[in-house]
Design a binder for this molecule. Sequence first.
Ligand SMILES: NC(=O)c1ccc[n+]([C@@H]2O[C@H](COP(=O)([O-])OP(=O)(O)OC[C@H]3O[C@@H](n4cnc5c(N)ncnc54)[C@H](OP(=O)(O)O)[C@@H]3O)[C@@H](O)[C@H]2O)c1
Length: 239
Amino acid sequence: MRPYTILSCCMSLDGYLDDGSDHRLLLSNDADFDRVDELRSESDAILVGAATVRNDDPRLQVRSPDRITRRCTDGRAPQPTKVTVTNRAKLSPEARFFTVGDAPKLVYCATDSLATATEQLGSLATVIDGGRPVELAAVGADLYERGVRRLMVEGGGEVHTQFLTEGLADELQLVVAPLFVGNAEATRFVGPGTFPFTGGDRAHLVETRPIGDVVLLRYVLNHSGAADVSTEEDQGGQS
Ligand SMILES: NC(=O)c1ccc[n+]([C@@H]2O[C@H](COP(=O)([O-])OP(=O)(O)OC[C@H]3O[C@@H](n4cnc5c(N)ncnc54)[C@H](OP(=O)(O)O)[C@@H]3O)[C@@H](O)[C@H]2O)c1
């Protein structure tokens, strides 16, 4: 069993997640950031790749006090668990992933970096041996064991590619921003791979929503085309 898994990202018109510079590219707008905050508040855990932790230094927190209160009223933790995956374990203990908030932090690390990661991050996060490379299917199963029923994946491209090509994603919430990047060195939404929806096999478009100057495209990625709109603890597990 694994959590119901939603991939979430914002890309440029030419399919990039960033512009290849050292600075974070703000592709979306405030109204869409608020939608992402809602999606975070409905999630039990949020996963990003180690490069996103290094490059963007995200907090991965629900910001709205009302949403935090709602989570508590519903008997859930105030904040989703933060999750990352790494082979090399080159993560700064000062990253906001580790320093902001009291939510549990999980680092799934390649076996040969486990000792280094435990030494550097063990006081800040739970470091878990994920094999070599870390198998995302096993990560999903372990998260499910830890009570995660709804997982939000916030990138970057390498992580999105694996969730899609390994058939581990149930839903894609893709936002398109009205600008071009045009830099082949920048990160694309996905890299090459064998994707489940290709050729005549099409994902199910279940919603399009303009949000200011960006557009949300919501796709269901299972073959029945059924979305899971539940956030209940006892629902949403995928086998
Ligand atoms: N526009 C958006 O919505 C959005 C959202 C998120 C990120 N981004 C952008 O995306 C860029 C990063 O994307 P990216 O594709 O370069 O990287 P990424 O997917 O964030 O992270 C890749 C890294 O994660 C680790 N990793 C991934 N899969 C693994 C596995 N199976 N086992 C072990 N480790 C694994 C590796 O870390 P190690 O190198 O540590 O081994 C790998 O280098 C950033 O520049 C960020 O700005 C944009």
